[in-house]
Design a protein around this ligand. Sequence first.
Ligand SMILES: Nc1ncnc2c1ncn2[C@@H]1O[C@H](COP(=O)(O)OP(=O)(O)O)[C@@H](O)[C@H]1O
Ligand SMILES: [Mg+2]
Length: 398
Amino acid sequence: MGTIQLSGIGRTFKSTAAVRDIYLTIEDGEFVVLLGPSGCGKTTLLRMIAGLLEPTTGRILLDGVDITELPSKKRDLAMVFQSYALYPHLSVRKNLAFPLKVQHLGKDEIERRVQDVADSLEIGHLLDRKPKELSGGQRQRVAVGRALVRNPKAFLMDEPLSNLDAKLRTQTRHELTALHRRLGATFVYVTHDQVEAMTMATKIVVLNAGAIEQFGSPEEVYDCPESVFVAGFLGSPAMNLLEAQVIGREGIVSLSGTGLAGDLWPGDTDDLDVVVGIRPEHLEIAALSDEHDGILLDGTVEIVENLGGEQILTFSTGRSRIHMRTSRDVRVSVGEQLTLRAAAEHVHLFDRASGRRLEWVAETAADAVGAARESAEPTAEPAAAASLTSRSEPLLTA
Ligand SMILES: Nc1ncnc2c1ncn2[C@@H]1O[C@H](COP(=O)(O)OP(=O)(O)O)[C@@H](O)[C@H]1O
Ligand SMILES: [Mg+2]
């Protein structure tokens, strides 16, 4: 078992708060990725879990037991560092055996466990070499092996792939995913690389300035970003983010902005300043589309990038640039003026002041009635009246 609970964890260095007030439960067997830009507090948080750094506030629990005061060695957690942190003067065999010697295990037991781990990571032939006689990828495996040999409750990894070249990185990514499946152990993995996060994680924690922006599965974080920050951080090219206004006229909720307009859905709303988010893969050229509803954007083609299997088009529109990901069959030339379209269901809205996601939900009172009716007769239509709200507080009532 390896359930890690963080309850109000924070760390301040002199006057700067590196990590603030984090509440998070990492369930046993999850592969949780701490994702965020450089300096957002990932390493600081991981080091506190590992017991290498004392939190300024909060408690850490491992399987329900408070380990906040427990020294690192006694935590039953294994850490893999970016720098590998191998002992240069010891052979691979002795590097792997080291954590077990510290635990005073018997010689035969140590020999057996080292051999098992060496076999499972395919480093058996390297056991008598010194770290300096290994490639980067091999060193990285030894570092993982040294964590593995202890059979810990959880593995903590801080950017373990960042010193590897692109090809080896992809390969090692697959190996770590397979290792996680095989062991079923808890992994807490720090990276600033969104591809690593999307491909390896069962849950992603997006961190910004020491605080959690969003915690969810890769799909949730990508498909339903909770904030402008998350929307702009994930995706390559990132989500297009444009300032606009939500307006309600004659029972239709619409969007209006520089070079951007269209109807979203039936309903009423007060006017509201928003940031509109549209993923590059959700844009199409309006003239080529059979659909005519949704949001339309005017743009001039600035750049056409051929990626082989697809292309990225960059448009200038209003004061912004927008990206569109499309098939190479779509032929456009630089300088061409086009109208782009996105379906209403693919439009993300964020409150411009708070940066938080807005959801279109049935209006509270009507909804309560509607919900009550719905539970009585499951076929009942949801109430028509609705309003835009952020998850935490209602912003509008119609
Ligand atoms: N030992 C330290 N002393 C002072 N400031 C630190 C220390 N460690 C980290 N910080 C600061 O805390 C913030 C978070 O750092 P870190 O956890 O290393 O970020 P990340 O791993 O996400 O890049 C940064 O602003 C960094 O400068
Ligand atoms: Mg770091």
